[in-house]
Design a protein around this ligand. Structure first.
Ligand code: TYD
Ligand code: MG
Length: 482
């Protein structure tokens, strides 16, 4: 780490400036500049100075992934951890990062490969107690309550481990760098040092990194550039479900999703995630629609719920949990102008069940139907799934991987799919019904037909062959009950 000169660095994006300022010139964050040594950030993490070679004559350099033994994690990593690679595991406090990594360490140690866990957050005794609970007690698992990089490397020299777990990068410190542990300068310097050591020794390193409230990894963004893989561990702390995905991965595709459940004996794999998401679903309740989403390459069925209730407030409430607030506002406007439902005097709550975050536009149609269903007080038939993007004109647009979504829905016992008119559906086993616009889809769900025994099933399934193309004009449709 050459140049050491005092400078100021932004805690959010890592931009360095020689002078203090209230606002970072790089990312615009206020009050984020902190004093720290001007360590060289990034730089080459591989050996340089070699001659250029044709790609066909290069060997692969032995970067073959080694399974960790935790199947859901191995799937996300495309096989396992690559020797000589550095992985950063980000997640909110209490989500289960330490638990997961101790399970990984225990699993690797059980193969009689030495593993070193450097814990700067918990004492060695605490780690032991946790390992006992997780069934990870094994003589090949070594624990050091260590925050100093040189001493950590001394342990590595002594043990020659196959895997080093650092919990967390924010508690590491290099005495040569003159700033406190957790400061931007320290975190970057320590990470850069670990990356260099991992490459030189062919050692797999996994570091825990905390995330800030808005979900960004704490510390400078440069940390993400330095490491080979960034994993994000998500979920609602109050729910048992945990999702892990690779945000960046130099050894395989990103986007694969691993699903765990937090149990008493640690994290348990959930191979049938869709089934778990839908386990508590009640049939016949207005405002509930199941959407088949694709997370990476894995289809996942998630229930979207909406509640439209009369508001006592001058400015009615709009609350979105697990769905995008901007998207909710857009869909309300489209339902108002293109379908004729009014939400002006109603509080609107929308959520994705199970602590999942739905970001795909493919969930638009499901959410819009849930909103219409709640506003009209009629349930969408329980064996229907809906997927499609909703445009500002109320038109439905097709989304990618529709056949894979529908196949997953068929596997879980759904019978009908409402999709955009142009969607390519393949043969999934579901009865496909097409609508060109949102009003058509609302009609297809039976939300505008007469109620029979309190359920809008009359005329369902529709006898017109499911075309649903003739949308009723907006003025002919009922206003919401609100
Ligand atoms: P932890 O791994 O300490 O989270 P992080 O390192 O991300 O901060 O996990 C914290 C939570 O997990 C804690 O609230 C207790 C719960 N937990 C279980 O439910 N079962 C278990 O077996 C363990 C070890 C933890
Ligand atoms: Mg922890």
């Amino acid at each position: 780490m050459a140049r050491v000169r005092t400078t100021y660095r932004c805690g959010a994006c890592g931009t360095a400036t020689p002078k203090w300022a209230g606002r970072c010139s790089g990312c615009g964050a206020w009050g984020a500049l902190v004093e720290g040594p001007d360590t060289v950030l990034g730089g080459p993490t591989v050996a340089s100075g070699e001659a250029a070679m044709p790609v066909t004559e290069l060997d692969e350099g032995g970067s073959v992934a080694r399974a960790t033994g935790i199947a859901e994690l191995d799937r996300v990593l495309g096989g396992g951890l690559v020797p000589g690679s550095v992985t950063l595991l980000g997640g909110e406090p209490g989500i289960g990062k330490s638990t997961l990594l101790l399970q990984v360490a225990g699993s690797v140690a059980a193969r009689r490969e030495p593993v070193l866990v450097a814990s700067g957050e918990e004492s060695a005794g605490q780690v032991r107690r946790r390992a006992e609970r997780l069934g990870a007690l094994h003589p090949c698992l070594w624990v050091a309550a260590e925050g100093s990089v040189p001493r950590l490397l001394a342990h590595v020299d002594e043990l020659q481990p196959a895997l080093v777990v650092v919990d967390s990068v924010q508690t590491l410190a290099d005495p040569e760098v003159a700033s406190a542990a957790g400061s931007v300068g320290q975190v970057t310097a320590c990470a850069a040092r670990l990356v260099a050591e991992a490459k030189a020794r062919g050692l797999a390193v996994v570091m825990v990194g905390h995330v800030t409230k808005d979900g960004a990894l704490a510390g400078p963004r440069v940390l993400e550039h330095v490491v080979d893989t960034v994993l994000s561990f998500e979920g609602d702390r109050h729910h048992a479900l945990r999702l892990i995905r690779a945000v960046k991965h130099r050894f395989g595709p990103t986007g694969a999703l691993g699903v765990f459940e937090m149990a008493d004996e640690g994290l348990r794999a959930v191979p049938d995630a869709s089934g778990l998401f839908l386990a508590d679903r009640q049939a016949g309740v207005p405002g509930s629609v199941v959407v088949p989403t694709i997370d990476g390459s894995r289809p996942l069925l998630v229930e979207v719920q909406a509640l439209v209730a009369p508001s006592a407030l001058g400015t009615p409430r709009r609350s979105a949990q697990g769905v995008d607030g901007g998207r909710l506002a857009l869909l309300l406007a489209v339902l108002e102008r293109r379908v004729g439902l009014s939400f002006a005097t109603a509080d609107v709550f929308a959520s994705a069940v199970g602590g999942v975050r739905l970001v795909e536009p493919a969930t638009d149609l499901g959410l819009a139907l849930a909103l219409a269903s709640s506003a009209l007080g009629r349930p969408v038939p329980h064996d229907v799934v809906a997927c499609g993007e909703v445009g500002l004109g109320g038109e439905l647009r097709q989304v990618v991987h529709t056949p894979r979504r529908l196949t997953e829905a068929a596997r879980l016992g759904f019978r009908w799919a409402i999709v955009p008119g142009t969607a390519v559906t393949g043969s999934s086993g579901l009865e496909v019904m097409r609508a060109d616009d949102l009003a058509g889809a609302v009609r297809l769900c039976g939300l505008l037909g007469p109620l029979v025994d309190g359920v809008a099933h009359d005329g369902w399934p529709p006898t017109d062959g499911g075309e649903g193309r003739a949308a009723t004009p907006g003025w002919a449709l009922p206003r919401s009950a609100a």
